[in-house]
Design a protein around this ligand. Structure first.
Ligand SMILES: Nc1ncnc2c1ncn2[C@@H]1O[C@H](COP(=O)(O)OP(=O)(O)OP(=O)(O)O)[C@@H](O)[C@H]1O
Length: 303
């Protein structure tokens, strides 16, 4: 069962063209949707989750027409939004039970077993009697996953889940997600490149409503092997270098600037070959799209 997205377009009332003819085929497994803020990720996620309408296009999950048959689609859907409100005075166990009733788990025994298993799965069983108001950000996110997993969904949508989590919570949360992707489509939307690099077997990069790249992270990284170079440069030289080289990214390291450059062959004196990473793929694809950021990647090479 895969998710087929065809020619989705959406323009908001204020004229923002948030999705421009987006088509993707997403197989079972972890799929990363990567893009900067405002790229259109949430618009796409909310559309797939049947929470808003596109202007054009179609979405099929297996044989379910998601946009036309929303009721059926919702039965196979689990959605973890960027932020969700919880009832702070309820315990994790009680609130999950409540959501289970809403999801149609009416048999008391089955419901209890399901809730119990989910609390174990997201590692909240020990704290199931505690009030959600006292939970950390990571615990809330894991509770959100338990809610999203009710009813054994075929499509799990997770929108920007690791923003605001501390490193230990993040690792724990990503491990939890990676266990889900075997039978279902798990769609992870994020602006954090490492989340995708660590977890996803396939991915797409989106910016300004357009898919810029679709593929396998490992393969895309390998394709850059031998073409990524690094150099430590004094501050004053950076600007000149950016005019003559395809600078992908710069990073401050102990007061000096480390520059990463894309080039088919040794780009000049003082450069050394660097191990390519998904961040290089990302910056290379984003280059030339006029993204405003402190360091603007430039791909044109002056003659
Ligand atoms: N309800 C809305 N009305 C008008 N414009 C909107 C609305 N929702 C989103 N937008 C605009 O559409 C574009 C895409 O937004 P979207 O939230 O889908 O991006 P995103 O990739 O999820 O970014 P973020 O990580 O910031 O949420 C942005 O320019 C945003 O300002």
């Amino acid at each position: 069962m895969d998710l087929q997205i065809r020619n989705l377009s959406k323009t908001y009332a204020n004229g923002v063209h948030a999705l421009k003819d987006v088509s993707l085929t997403i197989p079972a497994g972890m799929y990363g949707l990567l893009g900067p803020n405002g790229a259109g990720k949430s618009t796409l996620m909310r559309t797939l989750a049947t929470l808003q309408e596109p202007d054009r296009g179609s979405v099929h999950l297996g044989d379910v027409d998601v946009l036309k048959d929303k009721e059926r689609a919702r039965e196979s859907l689990g959605y973890l939004p960027q932020e969700f409100g919880v009832y702070p005075r309820e315990s994790a166990e009680r609130l999950l039970e409540h959501f289970a009733v809403l999801k149609g788990l009416t048999d008391r025994r089955v419901r209890r077993e399901t809730v119990d298993a989910l609390l174990h799965q997201v590692n909240l069983h020990d704290v199931r009697k505690q009030k959600l108001g006292g939970f950390s950000g990571g615990m809330r996110q894991r509770f959100g996953v338990a809610v999203a997993l009710l009813g054994d969904p075929r499509l799990i949508i997770v929108d920007e889940p690791t923003a605001g989590l501390d490193p230990a919570e993040r690792v724990r949360f990503l491990n939890l997600l990676s266990g889900l992707g075997e039978r279902s489509v798990v769609l992870l939307s994020t602006h954090i490149v490492e989340d995708v690099a660590e977890l996803c077997s396939r991915m797409a990069i989106i910016d300004r409503g357009t898919i810029l790249l679709e593929g396998e992270p490992l393969r895309e990284v390998e394709a850059l092997r031998g073409r990524i170079w690094r150099k430590v440069v004094p501050r004053g030289e950076l600007e000149a270098l950016e005019r003559t080289h395809a600078v992908l990214s710069t990073r401050l390291l102990a007061g000096r600037t480390v520059v990463r450059v894309y080039a088919e062959a040794l780009p000049g004196e003082g450069f050394e070959p660097a191990e390519p990473g998904l961040e290089d793929v990302y910056f290379r694809v984003m280059g030339g799209h006029g993204v405003s950021r402190a360091v603007q990647p430039r791909l044109e090479v002056a003659s």
